[in-house]
Design a binder for this molecule. Sequence first.
Ligand SMILES: [Zn+2]
Ligand SMILES: [Zn+2]
Length: 300
Amino acid sequence: MRLGRDYLLGTPVIISPERAKRPHQYSYEEPPPSPEELKNCPFCPGNEHLTPSEHLRITNTSGRWQVRIFPNKFKIWKIHDVIVDTPEHLKDWDEVDLRPLFEAIKRRIGQIYKEHPEVKWISLFRNYGKLAGASIRHSHLQLIALDFVPERIQRLVEKLSGEKCAICRGEWKEGVLIKESMFFRLLFVQGAQPYELELHLKSHKPSPEFLEKEEVEEALLFLKAVVKAFKKFFSSYNVLFFLAPRDRDFHFFVRIFPRVTFYAGFEFESGIVVNPLDPGKAFEFLGEEILSALRFFGFE
Ligand SMILES: [Zn+2]
Ligand SMILES: [Zn+2]
């Protein structure tokens, strides 16, 4: 065992390899949805009246909505949105076109910064599956706009701005690279969770709204591929989009990890996380699966 650290987030991590598990050891089948679940799902078409009124929606050419954004009924801060990213109850990212989602998020973030001068930072994340914190199975993301910058994000800004940006200087090499494409890198990192992945742009940009069209296309395919590989083994995972605070320089990145371990007494007390898997082992156990999903989506 050894003590390591997340190269960006700074989380201290104890690697205890004798607890390492292969991905199939986490396999878990979700039960199929009951007729009640399908009938009462507030995110399904036909049930729009069950959600608060929309901030925006994106429709396709036949007038069917693809993405809806509305306030969370159980908000934890003043601006807390739900983003439903597909009209289909059980479809996940590997099976849907993510371009309308990207467009919707970009518009909504622009709208919030324009209409709410007090907003300093926006948290954007996706909880998929019960263990990741999703209370409704229908795919969705959440967005929480804060009128302050959390300490951890403040520290990240210091690490990821200007000349000394940790990603641009190559500190990510502590992780294990899975695939480098024209614009992006996908790697396993020493995070707080086993199989934690990072996707980052090779060039320095603060937020996805600055991406060129080709960069967006690539990013979306990477996300689809990771989800496709994860879903084979894991029932629950989180996707975190780390975005720049308002008007700050930053190098935006995404973290994705399955929910397979849980904090216990030691983690809460010491602030040190026990992670059984180093990035090398993660690559050994799951690398081929991810590479094959990437090939499926056209990355040779
Ligand atoms: Zn639904
Ligand atoms: Zn950078």
